[in-house]
Design a protein around this ligand. Structure first.
Ligand SMILES: Nc1ncnc2c1ncn2[C@@H]1O[C@H](COP(=O)(O)OP(=O)(O)O)[C@@H](O)[C@H]1O
Ligand SMILES: [Mg+2]
Length: 291
């Protein structure tokens, strides 16, 4: 899909919204769709894409870390990204989440939200959650308090003292606890959890915000085989309700969870297909073995 088509879609959506509101506004239909922060539930996926990157490039001191990268992700899809070190996988996530601004290219969330117009915290609010490699749970708080804290925007205030969840939030917390297999550990201090459990707790903290799209960078690094298997089950249970973009080196994990695998190399897509297809691709074999 071309950016023109995206613009067209955005205009149609904007017009439809203005029509609902009783006619065109002075600022025009398109502005209505672009001028405010859309709510997470409003992501327009009628074109079959939750995330869309086209010809994105970024250089650091003249080195092209991302080079004409194009990628699109369907709603509910679990997409795996593999590629050698330095391929640009983390930088790609930095661009999607607004941490790094590309020099050129298009980055859309759904077909109407131009992510390049939003700041990093706004992008999180729009419904894009990101898990970094290292778990960043609050070790001196309980599992429960960590999840409760994830609901709040002002994280400086100790949760249980000033914050009361509504019943929908409490239901969500119970559901998330079950999803991340920590129901039995709800009162434990996060600092006493295993490495794998801390990773799950952090994923749970993201899930408390009900993100539309989850970006996970090397989620099973450092996990035991059993923890890795449980994480695969967890991700499979999340797909459909959320879209997931998973960067991982562990091929047995990729094999367990993947539909489509995208191979990144030198900042752009080298190959894409099932894991078997990309592993049989000569160019992929060369970048993994031939250097
Ligand atoms: N902020 C930055 N400043 C300079 N170089 C960077 C920066 N971020 C990433 N790079 C470089 O961009 C390339 C891609 O890095 P990265 O996205 O971390 O790769 P990957 O996650 O695939 O291993 C690397 O060569 C890295 O050194
Ligand atoms: Mg990386």
């Amino acid at each position: 899909m071309t950016p023109d088509l995206l613009e067209d879609g955005a205009q149609r959506l904007g017009k439809a919204r203005s029509a609902q509101a009783g006619g065109m506004t002075a600022s025009g239909g398109r502005a209505a769709g672009f001028s405010r922060l859309a709510q997470a539930g409003e992501v327009d996926v009628t074109h079959g894409r939750i995330l869309y990157l086209e010809d994105v490039s970024v250089s650091f001191d003249g080195f092209k870390a991302i080079n004409k990268l194009s990628l699109d992700i369907a709603p509910g899809e679990l997409r795996c990204i593999i590629g050698p070190n330095g391929a640009g996988k983390t930088t790609m996530m930095d661009i999607i989440t607004g941490k790094t601004r590309p020099d050129e290219g298009t980055v859309f969330f759904g077909s109407t939200i131009n992510l390049l117009r939003y700041t990093e915290p706004e992008i999180a609010q729009l419904g894009i959650g990101r898990k970094f490699q290292k778990p960043t749970v609050f070790e001196h708080l309980s599992v429960f308090e960590n999840l409760e804290l994830a609901l709040k925007t002002d994280k400086r205030v100790r949760p249980s003292v000033f914050f009361n969840m509504d019943s929908a939030q409490a239901d969500r917390l119970l559901h998330v606890l079950h999803t991340i297999h920590l129901t039995d550990s709800v009162r434990r201090l996060a600092g006493t959890l295993s490495h794998g459990q801390k990773q799950w707790l952090e994923i749970g903290m993201l899930l408390m915000q009900d993100p539309k799209l989850l970006l996970l960078d090397e989620p099973v690094a450092g996990m035991t085989d059993e923890e890795t298997e449980r994480t695969a089950e967890l991700f499979l249970s999340l797909k459909g309700q959320h879209s997931l973009l998973v960067v991982e080196h562990d091929m047995s994990f990729i094999k367990a969870i993947s539909d489509i695998v995208t191979v990144l190399c030198d900042g752009s897509v080298l190959a894409q297909g099932t894991l078997d297809q990309v592993q049989a691709d000569e160019r992929v074999i060369e970048v993994y073995l031939g250097r």
